[in-house]
Design a protein. Structure first.
Length: 502
């Protein structure tokens, strides 16, 4: 603690006024009421002595605003737990690109390429930092979830039928494909096939259930050695982290709904309604919209058709200049239209910047971008495919829908509603549709003291979105039923052009 002499103020940066002690709570091992009392005492001495008192803070926090300290200390706990290796701001931006003001990267221990955490936000730095930390823990959890003996069950669906997730309802790969046995990996299974199961919970049937481990763990891929048939190629879709379990479950379910909605739209070549975003009254968003025109980029915001009570927004950035990627997309499902719009735009900008770096590198090494063999297309190749000039023509069908006034769209539920009520809102729609949904808590033991929970949700009958074109997901009753239900004509032949979602 120091007095506020001129020399002190000029030589010590890492200080805060005593009156801001309330923001100092993550660094002190004391209850809030104790900190409050200390603050009052210090302020009292300031008034009696007629001098200003300052408190020294750790050097690593001096470059961050006080409102970020709670999140930074949370990251420090996860670092001590051997989960997050480092947190950094992402400041590298092209001068001719739209900048994401707040973008953080969370590097996790033992992560393969592309498996670190990232968080971006157009308006809120704390939200961006929290998102990066959460995604970092989410990725670590998926990479390391391998229950020990006694915490899993090796058996068949037939033997635990009433206590297990019904894997016979899983869509994506058709029964014909599974029977054909033409894949490099085993695909065929029935009720008698053995799988490794872990404990989960059915949120629609409100009871404990067993869930196949391979659906929730990247580290358990027994189909590579032929030990289990592949139910689906592992994907992080449905995983989420939050300090409130209900919020994590909700975010996981909404992500599954988002992918289901996008892929049904894509494969059927539906023309969704477009948001007339010029009519959105939010001044902060209007500045973002104006920046697209300044950068010679086209922004399209599509309201994708879904039979769930939420908004699914697809943001499409089109670049016809040939400088950057031709097409970049970002999607979000949310109960609030504003939230869905903000997050989808942020995601699309982030993807565009990442893809531009990949594209420049590919041009430098004169990489072949013809992609004559679609089966070779994965995440990186998909990004480069849609970066090619002219690919914007392949999404024309998405832009032919009617324009609607976003001011006419109201939130599905009051934003101040509790997380449990919001979750119940979505669960009720699943129950009404006769859809089964479950989750597994995959939080690492060493992370539980942080208060965060890592949750993996599964909805077997919702249409999954594939990333590897070698194993596309063209099977599922919702591909046909949902368009009809919503007044669209399903495609006679599915759109098998590799989708732009990465």
């Amino acid at each position: 603690m120091s007095t506020s002499s001129g020399s002190v103020q000029n030589t010590i940066k890492k200080i805060i006024p005593a009156k801001e002690l309330k923001n100092f709570k993550p660094l002190l091992a004391a209850p809030g009421f104790v900190l409050n009392s200390i603050k009052k005492l210090l302020v009292f001495f300031e008034e009696i002595l007629g001098i200003k008192l300052w408190i020294e803070i750790p050097e690593e926090l001096e470059d961050f605003e006080p409102e970020l300290w709670d999140s930074l200390m949370l990251a420090a706990k996860l670092k001590d737990a051997g989960i997050i290796q480092s947190i950094s701001r992402v400041n590298k931006n092209y001068p001719d690109e739209i900048k994401i003001p707040f973008h953080y990267h969370a590097k996790i221990y033992g992560a393969p390429g592309g498996w670190n955490g990232s968080g971006a936000n157009l308006f809120n730095e704390e939200a961006a930092l929290r998102a990066a930390i959460g995604e970092g823990l989410e990725r670590y959890s998926m990479l390391n979830f391998l229950p020990k003996n006694g915490n899993f069950l090796d058996t068949s669906l037939e033997k635990i039928k009433d206590k297990a997730l019904n894997i016979l309802k899983i869509v994506g790969i058709s029964p014909e494909e599974r029977i054909a046995r033409n894949s490099v990996f085993p695909l065929y299974f029935d009720e008698k096939t053995n799988f490794r199961w872990v404990k989960g919970y059915s949120i629609t049937e409100e009871k404990p259930v067993f869930v196949p481990l391979q659906l929730v763990s990247y580290s358990w891929r027994p189909w590579r050695e032929g030990k289990e048939p592949m139910l689906r190629m592992f994907s992080s879709t449905g995983a989420a982290v939050d300090s409130v379990t209900e919020k994590a479950i909700l975010h996981g379910l909404l992500e599954i709904i988002e992918r289901d909605t996008f892929f049904i739209t894509w494969l059927n070549k539906l023309a969704p309604r477009k948001l007339g975003f010029q009519k959105i009254g939010d001044k902060k968003l209007q500045k973002i919209f104006d920046s697209f025109e300044e950068k010679l980029l086209e922004l399209n915001l599509l309201l994708l058709p879904t039979d769930f009570p939420c908004y699914v927004i697809l943001a499409i950035i089109i670049d016809r200049t040939g400088v950057g990627p031709a097409v970049s997309v970002g999607g979000t499902a949310a109960l609030s239209l504003t939230e869905a719009v903000e997050k989808s735009i942020s995601e699309a900008i982030k993807i565009r910047n990442q893809t531009r770096k990949m594209l420049e590198r590919a041009r430098e090494i004169q990489e072949d971008l013809s992609f004559d063999n679609p089966a070779s297309i994965g995440i990186r190749a998909r990004a480069l495919l849609w970066a090619r000039r002219g690919m914007e023509n392949e999404i024309d069908f998405l832009l032919k829908g009617e324009e609607i006034n976003p001011e006419d769209l109201k939130d599905f539920i009051n934003p101040t509603t509790s997380p449990k009520e919001k979750l119940d809102h979505v669960i009720q729609s699943l129950k009404t549709g006769g859809l089964e949904a479950s989750y597994v808590d995959i939080t690492p033991d060493q992370a539980k003291e942080s208060g965060l929970r890592s949750i993996f949700t599964i909805i077997p009958e919702l249409q999954p979105m594939h990333i590897e074109e070698a194993l596309p997901y063209f099977y599922g009753s919702r591909l046909h039923d949902v368009p009809i239900k919503l007044g669209y004509l399903p495609a006679k032949e599915l759109n098998k052009i590799p989708h732009p979602f990465i």
